[in-house]
Design a protein around this ligand. Structure first.
Ligand SMILES: *Cc1c(COP(=O)(O)O)cnc(C)c1O
Length: 319
């Protein structure tokens, strides 16, 4: 099987101090535009759409700075699949960094208010959307469905060829990525890995059930995965200047850029856990860099991150 992303050793004085061996799986480098874990999650979804001649296009959901919407729109542009994004928010969001690109790549935007958006998993709302957009394949928010699990599971297959490790850590939004890793780990048969998800949303405990539901029945018995819900730092896309400062310093020391919404929150949680003595001496840890770099564009645009310290994502220069 081809290996899509490099496994890179990461060096930091704290790793030496606590005697842990750390690698980062560079899924951020799989594609310059399609964010790492979204690439994995879309792979088999898009294959299914291409294969089924009766499907006309794809419809999915996201917030106005969504990595998934950004990734999906580019992937559909590349593969000539019509796509619709159901976006939480108002029409004037259409000109922000993320949605400008989505429109540029041909995605049709369908704005809904917060109350409607909350119904994005309800069967009756989905049936109604299906009626409005017949022959469109509906992919849930974040791309997290059964087909996504198979794509993400391949990370474990790759890792097993690249190294031996004890613990794998991933940032967690909807839980699709963690579920895919659990499924992949169970199916390789050796089950010795500990899999940790760092929830980036507040009050994310409900995700444990969602993740269980996403697991194929064969993997439901995996009993060495955990969702850590105390490291959200105030909630989704929230972080304070101290967090950003700590992350910038970490990026500088390691030479790898982690953004503060997903992979950076995982890093901050990892450093906290390290200092709490959570890991054993000699533990071999892999951090999954899930990508999300396009999000930096929106954060610079909103003044949440400073252009002095963070660079605009590459594709910004093309528009
Ligand atoms: C969407 C996303 C996640 C969260 O993945 P889930 O499968 O929704 O848990 C993590 N990192 C990045 C960069 C993302 O874009």
């Amino acid at each position: 099987m081809t290996i899509l992303s490099e496994l890179q050793p990461l060096h930091h004085p704290l790793f030496t101090h606590y005697n842990v061996q750390v690698h980062v799986k560079r899924d951020d480098s799989i594609h310059p535009i399609i964010s790492g874990n979204k690439w994995r999650k879309l792979k088999y979804n898009l294959a299914q759409i291409k294969q089924n001649m009766s499907i006309k296009g794809v419809l999915s959901f996201g917030g106005s700075y969504s990595n998934h919407i950004h990734a999906l729109s580019f992937a559909c542009y590349q593969q000539k699949i019509p796509c619709i994004g159901v976006i939480r928010g108002e029409k004037n969001y259409a000109s922000n960094f993320t949605l400008s690109w989505a429109r540029y790549w041909g995605m049709k935007l369908h704005f809904v208010d917060r109350k409607t958006y909350r119904r994005r998993h309800d069967a009756d709302y989905l049936a109604q959307l299906q009626q409005t957009f017949p022959d469109y394949f509906i992919v849930p928010e974040g791309g997290s469905n059964e087909l996504a699990i198979a794509g993400v599971a391949e990370i474990i297959t790759e890792l097993n060829q690249q190294t031996t490790f004890d613990t794998l850590i991933t940032p967690t939004g909807s839980g699709g990525t963690l579920a895919g890793l659990v499924a992949g780990d169970y199916n390789t048969g050796n089950r010795q890995h500990k899999l940790l998800g760092i929830a980036v949303l507040k009050e994310a405990g409900y995700l444990i059930d969602e993740i269980q539901k996403l697991l194929p029945s064969t993997a439901k018995q995996h009993d060495n995965w955990h969702l850590l819900t105390d490291f959200h730092r105030g909630g989704y896309a929230k972080f304070n200047p101290l967090d950003v400062g700590q992350l910038l310093e970490f990026n500088q020391v390691t030479g790898v850029v982690f953004e503060p919404i997903y992979s950076g929150k995982m890093i901050l949680a990892f450093l906290d856990l390290l200092k709490q003595g959570y890991f054993s001496s000699g533990e071999r840890i892999v951090l999954l860099h899930t990508g999300g770099m396009q999000g930096i564009g929106g954060m610079i645009e909103r003044g949440v991150l400073s252009a002095k310290h963070w660079s605009m994502p590459e594709q910004a220069q093309q528009l």
